[in-house]
Design a binder for this molecule. Structure first.
Ligand code: CO8
Length: 261
């Protein structure tokens, strides 16, 4: 495979792609080169048919401490606006159709919190610290934080976090539903994410893709259109081989052997 400078890429379990952000000296600050590598690795997993789900993590100390402040310090409005600064950073939410689990330990601040929230499932450990501290730098969240955090934890809590720059603890993240699970240790968090990814990768990839697609539609559509959208996709799955395989295996009390067709 490719060699990267700022990330580590592997396939530790059947069907599971694993990416670890690896700029330890800068607490995984999200520089443009790092984001380009991350997008490249995700695109490779997206186009590898044997990969069914992906886990993204950082180090025990930091998932990511935000966009690279040193890189941004001298940016001007024209340069940022002209080059659509940050736009490509959230590409992954559109091109990545396979489930992404973010395993968050340590700091997930600013762009780090936003990247964590681009995951389809968020897991964290007790060491996790979330926050959108941009207000302290004279700016605001720039990669979806104001939208995704508000959808995840509600307006009042998101306003408080974004307007004060105060951190959100792992316990709050769990209680408020920002994350699906809070683990005791970073190791348990990453292992839990890998286990869930392996489980997801073991199902029909056609059904998994459809499931992610319809859940994501709930973020954009009203309930009525969303339910109609779901039904269209549900009906469509009766045209797949795996629907026949799955339902006949159930009737015969056998294990389904998915074809991803
Ligand atoms: N950018 C660049 N370098 C960073 C960043 C960062 N965001 N965070 C930490 N570092 C560097 C430090 O400068 C330091 O480097 P050096 O050793 O060369 O001085 C090293 O990492 C270690 O950091 P600290 O010494 O500060 O470690 P502490 O344990 O004392 O503190 C903190 C850890 C609390 C995380 C602290 O480093 C901190 O507050 N970091 C900044 C957090 C922040 O403000 N993040 C938001 C950035 S703005 C942003 O993300 C805008 C979003 C835009 C969209 C992004 C799309 C994905």
């Amino acid at each position: 495979g490719k060699t990267y400078e700022h990330i580590l890429v592997s396939t530790p379990k059947p069907g599971v792609g694993f990416i670890q952000l690896n700029r330890p000296k800068a607490l995984n600050a999200l520089s443009t080169p790092l984001i380009l590598e991350l997008n490249s690795a995700l695109r490779d997993f997206q186009s590898t048919s044997t990969i069914g789900a992906i886990v993204l993590t950082g180090s025990d100390r930091a998932f990511a401490a935000g966009a690279d402040i040193k890189e941004m310090a001298d940016l001007t409005f024209s340069a940022a606006y002209g080059a659509d600064f940050i736009e490509t950073w959230s590409d992954l939410v559109t091109f990545l159709k396979k489930p992404l689990i973010t395993a968050i330990n340590g700091y997930a601040l600013g762009g780090g919190c936003e990247l964590a929230m681009m995951g389809d499932i968020l897991y964290c450990s007790n060491s996790a610290v979330f926050g959108q501290p941009e207000i302290k730098l004279g700016v605001i969240p720039g990669a979806g934080g104001s939208q995704r955090l508000t959808k995840a934890i509600g307006k009042s809590r998101a306003m408080e976090a974004i307007l004060t720059g105060n951190n959100i603890s792992a316990k709050q993240a769990g209680d408020w539903g920002l994350v699906a699970k809070v683990f005791e240790t970073p190791e348990e968090c990453v292992n839990g994410a890998l286990k869930t990814a392996e489980k997801i990768a073991g199902f029909s990839q056609i059904a998994v893709k459809a499931a992610k697609e319809v859940v994501n539609k709930s973020q954009d559509l009203g309930i009525r259109e969303g339910v109609e959208y779901e039904r269209r996709v549900f009906h469509g799955l009766f045209g797949s081989k795996d629907q026949k395989i799955g339902m006949s295996a159930f009737a015969k009390k056998e294990k389904a052997e998915w074809t991803n067709e």
